[in-house]
Design a protein around this ligand. Structure first.
Ligand code: ZN
Length: 80
């Protein structure tokens, strides 16, 4: 499997999060709690997705909130 670039992972996480939010909010006015649960589950998935894939391409460490050009652990370039 090809490694995802951290900036692409961030973009995907936002897309998944927004989809989850839309699904959850669609359920609110209709009192469709199943839809809300699915929406929340999608949002949780985006966080898990980020934790799995938002890693340094060099040392493989989780980058957490680091959005800079360099890995805080090995100083390698993150988005190359
Ligand atoms: Zn690194």
């Amino acid at each position: 499997m090809k490694k995802l670039k951290p900036k692409n992972v961030n973009l995907l996480v936002w897309i998944i999060l927004i989809i989850g939010l839309i699904v959850a909010f669609c359920g609110v006015p209709q009192d469709a709690s199943t839809l809300t649960v699915i929406g929340v589950a999608i949002m949780c998935f985006s966080i898990i997705f980020r934790f799995i894939f938002y890693r340094c391409p060099h040392c493989g460490k989780y980058l957490d909130r680091s959005t800079g050009q360099y890995c805080p652990y090995c100083r390698g370039t993150v988005n190359e």
